[in-house]
Ligand binder design. Structure first.
Ligand SMILES: [Fe+2]
Length: 320
């Protein structure tokens, strides 16, 4: 036992406290040791109590700051691989990049969009998809030109496709359409087209928004020219529509709309998921033998400008 160990205990005797208690530096009596222990236990208890209170305070006060300043600007890149017997060999390895729900407006401006565009460009997409909600509410002509110029910087050799979301109908929808088409997107509203690579083709279609548009998927599937046996990629803003088209010839549905709930609370899950995104709120779902759904968590925010445990997302889909 060393000179400053307390018999029967694991607390070191503080010579300075013993001296202050009038027992001398080498005092061996029980009293100062007991007092020292009591003071130390009290200090430790107080420390723990204050620490817990401070942590709780920091959590409550820091959460909005973290959710506003940090997480909503932390882009996450999620990579998935989609296979299908209908996929032509020449399309294997093709890289589709998807973004969704920009919600350009008060809480998402040109600087953030430039960062996103740079990130997408660095991924070198073969085919690029935007799955709706370009704006949150308001969109001036000047903003539309700026957004269009930024999105124009994204190149994709096998084209850029876009659909409208529910928020795109809240403002000047014609301006949103102009913005997307002048940025080089083929806007698909209850339409389909072919993507060709050599002698091979796949079909790509897009549905009008389910909540505020006039969706009509029969315009795709009932078109006599539409080949039911081709690999078919369908863009639908609201993910829960996958249940409706599960019996239709669709191999891959790409959606957004949910924002993944935006705020994911421990033991509770997503705080708010909008209508038609509650069944399939984020990630990959195998709906049936043919149809795979991917719900992207989106880029921007709506209602509350926060994200917690729900980072904004770019999805990279490799066909294989
Ligand atoms: Fe949205």
């Amino acid at each position: 036992m060393s000179s400053n160990q307390v018999p029967g205990g694991d607390v070191e005797q503080d010579p300075c406290l013993s001296f202050a208690a009038g027992k001398g530096i080498r005092g061996e009596e029980e009293l100062p040791v007991t007092r020292i222990n009591a003071e130390k236990k009290l200090t430790r208890r107080n420390f723990l109590k204050k620490g817990i209170l401070a942590a709780a305070g920091l959590f409550v006060l820091g959460l909005p700051g973290y959710s506003f300043f940090v997480e909503k600007n932390q882009l996450e890149i999620n990579r998935i691989r989609i296979s299908s017997p209908r996929l032509p060999v020449s399309f294997k390895g093709m890289k589709i990049v998807q973004i969704s729900d920009l919600h350009f407006g008060f809480f998402y401006g040109p600087e953030q969009l430039q960062t996103l565009v740079d990130q997408v460009r660095s991924l070198h997409p073969d085919l690029f998809c935007f799955t709706g909600d370009l704006i949150d509410r308001r969109f001036s002509r000047g903003e539309a030109i700026k957004v269009s110029d930024l999105l124009k910087q994204i190149d994709a050799p096998y084209r850029k496709f876009a659909i409208l979301g529910n928020h795109d109908y809240w403002g000047d929808t014609a301006l949103v359409k102009d913005c997307l088409t002048s940025a080089g997107f083929r806007l698909l509203i209850n339409e389909w087209t072919l993507v060709k690579k050599g002698n091979d083709v796949i079909s790509v279609s897009g549905l009008d928004d389910l909540l505020n548009g006039k969706p009509d998927h029969s315009k795709v599937f009932n078109d006599a020219r539409f080949d039911l046996d081709l690999f078919h990629l369908m863009l639908v803003h609201e993910p829960d529509f996958a249940k409706v088209i599960s019996s239709d010839p669709v191999d891959l549905q790409l959606s957004g709309h949910s924002h993944g709930g935006q705020i994911n609370l421990p033991f509770f899950g997503p705080l708010f998921t909008p209508p038609l995104s509650r069944k399939f709120s984020s990630g990959l779902y195998q709906i049936n033998e043919r149809l795979t759904l991917y719900t992207n968590r989106g880029i921007g925010t709506t209602i509350l400008p926060f994200r917690f445990a729900c980072r904004p997302e770019i999805t990279v889909i490799e066909l294989g």
